[in-house]
Design a protein around this ligand. Sequence first.
Ligand code: ADP
Ligand code: MG
Length: 202
Amino acid sequence: MEDRQSLRSNIRKRRAQQEPAWCETNSRLISQHLAASHVYQRAQRIAFYLAQGNEADLGLLLQNAWAAHKEVYLPILGLRYSGQLWFVPCAEDTPLYKNRFGIDEPVHAPHTRRTKLRNLDLILMPLVAFDQRGNRLGMGGGFYDKTLASLQTTSHHWSRPKRIGIAYAFQGVEALQGQTWDVPLDAIVTEQGLHWFTRGTE
Ligand SMILES: Nc1ncnc2c1ncn2[C@@H]1O[C@H](COP(=O)(O)OP(=O)(O)O)[C@@H](O)[C@H]1O
Ligand SMILES: [Mg+2]
């Protein structure tokens, strides 16, 4: 099995090579699959992300969510060195600023950082690779793992929030070596559609 680091860099390289028009077409398909899904339609509080580089871009779905009066949240960096994310509300007209990694974050009131994960219905997360069992490989910072770790210890069923990975189909691999701290996905959406992972009792 390819090690995590070279797999990360190979898939990131391949993604970086895609033409903007290809990314746009497939990102649109991904947004359409989600928009048509029961899980999205039922969700009222949804954590999105803003695509970096050639990551699958949920911009269209974001517009749809605001139009449908859903509550949109975006991740911001938590306390320095915590490696955690906080999800803060973001309206269509909320101004953005750049965090220390140059990634846009919504301007927000400090008390809104206390949004409880359990109150979110759906977390849509970017990734570098996913496998057939729902293991997720991120950029290497473990941000989503650290952020969602508390859910893992407090619930067996994880009914909420649903964790859905967003990627192009070529980011799928046969099997990833899941680490003990890796928080798996409930489902993946690619340009080919939405797929739920089935897992045994956890
Ligand atoms: N819940 C956690 N608590 C503390 N450290 C964590 C936790 N989850 C992940 N990490 C650390 O984050 C680092 C990156 O995790 P990794 O899963 O490799 O990255 P990614 O999920 O971004 O691909 C690892 O060194 C791991 O030890
Ligand atoms: Mg991980």
